[in-house]
Design a protein around this ligand. Structure first.
Ligand SMILES: [Zn+2]
Ligand SMILES: [Zn+2]
Length: 432
């Protein structure tokens, strides 16, 4: 066995031990979920030494674990606030299912870097559900759209989002105008690469419908119900797969639909904000705005706890706050809720099965690139007009281009590109 396979195997064994221990600990101690204590138990008996491989107790290494059929892995790719910082992107949660499907819930500003860090081919990151049209929930569309296009996504992006009170307030309008604003990007990439991945297929659904099915494919059902946040339009999502029910709340204040439709869910993500004084201290917010932000159009820790006490999920996940506020928000939550709880931060990972829910952190490399998928992109469209005019194109400086001929000849030969040599049509080209 090669060292890398051996290390992968021992990693798998360690993970299995951890899962079993976590499941046991979870079942025995519902309400006292302590991954650290359980993980220590999982590693009991291993003697660490100077040359011994460290056990992977708390870590998810992207690309090393195959999901079981009835399992869901949820990865936080954005848990922060609208203002961008290095530690946390804005709202984004990737749901990966045992059948191979992957759905992205919200695509907040900054989140594409975390998605790329997971080294999943962009080909499979093509389905996005938007809870509402604040940019901290869909502002990264440009990065996924164009980044996927240049990284091999062969087809259009597919996007689901709510309607609004008027057509101009809905997802369809937003995406149509996103494409208009990015027309130069679209036209130039469509000519140079291929046009199809630049399309966005939008499914706009009625924001006011209660627990209505908005997606049903390959054994996964996504439902939507209204959220109360800022104007009409925001929704929360319920996700059903293999007898599991998971919920992504988006942005919402406490509302009766959430309490009704998230009841008894296995895994519930809901926003939780700190007490208003913390925003005055941390962000120099005017006290008047702070108490409206935390508690009028968002949900405080105390209210989050009340909601979770009512619906009793197997695990409640709080997000949408600076991670350093986690301990103080947790204190607020604990005034009204004593059940299982994760305080989410970017790259936190949960594996959800009928028997157990585990919380770990993903370890990603800063230099991960998008990974190509198995499907080739369609070739550029024939006869598509060049968006560059002759007077500009004729400004090319021959000696600069010809300086790379030897290197490009080697590339042409290596990959058999003789009949596709783009240099032949150029006036400056000197064949050897
Ligand atoms: Zn919002
Ligand atoms: Zn938000």
């Amino acid at each position: 066995m090669s060292p890398s396979r051996r290390s992968r195997l021992s990693r798998a064994i360690a993970c299995t031990a951890l899962l079993v221990a976590l499941a046991l600990g979870y079942v025995l101690g519902r309400g006292g979920f302590d991954p650290l204590a359980v993980a220590h138990a999982a590693g009991a008996g291993r003697v660490p030494g100077p040359n011994v491989e460290a056990p992977d107790r708390y870590v998810y290494y992207p690309g090393t674990e195959v999901l079981a059929k009835g399992e869901v892995r949820v990865i936080a790719c954005g848990t922060g606030m609208p203002d961008q910082r290095i530690a946390q992107a804005s709202a984004c949660f990737l749901f990966e299912f045992g059948n191979g499907e992957k759905l992205i819930f919200d695509l907040g500003t900054g989140s594409a870097r975390n998605l790329t860090g997971l080294m999943i081919p962009y080909e499979f990151l093509d389905k996005v559900f938007i809870s509402h049209l604040h940019t901290d929930h869909w502002g990264e569309l440009g990065a996924l759209w164009a980044g996927g296009w240049t990284s091999g996504r062969p087809g259009p992006l597919r996007l689901w989002g709510p309607s609004g009170q008027t057509p101009e307030m809905g997802t369809k309008y937003a995406v149509e105008h996103f494409l208009k604003a990015n027309n130069w990007d679209y036209q130039t990439r469509a000519y140079k690469i291929t046009p199809v991945p630049g399309q966005i297929d939008v499914t706009e659904f009625d924001y006011a419908k209660e627990n209505a099915v908005v997606y049903q494919e390959s054994g996964i059902t996504v439902r939507s119900w209204p959220a109360i946040h800022a104007g009409d339009g925001p929704v929360s999502f319920g996700i059903e797969y293999a007898g599991l029910k998971l919920v992504f709340g988006g942005d919402t204040t406490p509302n009766r639909w959430f309490v009704q439709f998230a009841e008894d869910a296995d895994f519930v993500i809901h926003e939780a904000f700190a007490d208003p004084g913390r925003y005055v201290e941390l962000m120099s917010q005017p006290p008047q705005l702070a108490w409206r932000m935390c508690c009028e159009f968002h949900t405080s820790g105390q209210s989050f706890g009340k909601i979770m006490s009512e619906i009793r999920p197997r695990l409640a996940v709080a997000y949408h706050h600076q991670e350093e506020l986690g301990p103080s928000i947790e204190n607020s939550i604990r005034q009204t809720y004593d059940g299982p709880l994760s305080m989410a931060t970017d790259l936190m990972v949960w594996n959800v099965t009928k028997d157990a829910i585990t919380e770990r952190m993903a370890v990603v490399t800063r230099r991960a690139n998008a990974v190509p998928g198995p499907t080739r992109q369609p070739p550029p469209e024939r006869g598509r007009p060049d968006p560059m005019s002759d007077p500009i194109a004729q400004g090319e400086w021959g000696p600069g281009f010809n300086a790379q001929n030897e290197m490009l000849d080697a590339h042409r030969k290596k990959y058999g590109l003789e009949d596709q040599d783009w240099r032949k049509g150029r006036p400056w080209f000197r064949a050897e």
